[in-house]
Design a protein. Structure first.
Length: 181
């Protein structure tokens, strides 16, 4: 199955780091994938630039309470401190991540997004990276944290920050282009 045949869920809410949404989404759109914003927010949500400045407003395509992991080929979790902190407290978002992860399909998380992996009990025993301030949280959740631009552990792809987006996007596209066993 080509990347163009894939449907990708982006799970995010208000306060998402705009470039961590738009850069991977644009990379996937260029390859013909279908990208969908899944969120506990209703209607629209405000993105941020560097957690401080308002960015663009994005439409929510599917409420997370109605989203079905089986409808998607990959889950992308953009960061942003406010976004990641709010998502890890949302029961529907955590349940969606757990169910998606259990499917074995690729999950990609950047910057602060791995917080939800810890909340969902999915960090234990995994090698991953994140924004540096999450290192202790993820180690406390049982992860093996590494300071690398991209860490791939099975179906999990993680990256540190917006400076790593080229490598993160490449890893996402590679995971989608690789035939499933």
């Amino acid at each position: 199955m080509a990347v163009a045949d894939k449907k990708i869920a982006f799970l995010l809410t208000k306060g998402v780091e705009q470039v961590e949404l738009t850069s991977p989404r644009e990379a996937l759109d260029r390859e013909g994938a279908t990208t969908v914003i899944v969120s506990p927010s209703e209607g629209t949500l405000q993105a941020m630039q560097n957690d401080w400045e308002h960015g663009d407003v994005f439409d929510v395509d599917v409420p997370v309470s109605q989203a079905q992991p089986g409808d998607y080929d990959m889950l992308v979790l953009p960061g942003g401190t406010l976004n990641a902190d709010a998502l890890r407290l949302d029961q529907d978002a955590v349940a969606f991540v757990k169910e998606f992860f259990a499917s074995g399909k690729p999950v990609a998380a950047i910057c602060h997004a791995p917080w939800i992996l810890a909340e969902a009990g999915l960090a234990e025993g995994r090698e991953l990276t994140s924004y540096a301030s999450l290192e202790t949280d993820l180690k406390n959740a049982g992860a093996q944290w590494r300071d690398e631009e991209v860490v791939i552990d099975g179906n999990l792809i993680t990256s540190r920050n917006p400076g790593d987006l080229d490598a993160f996007n490449h890893a996402i596209l590679q995971a989608l282009a690789t035939p499933e066993p």
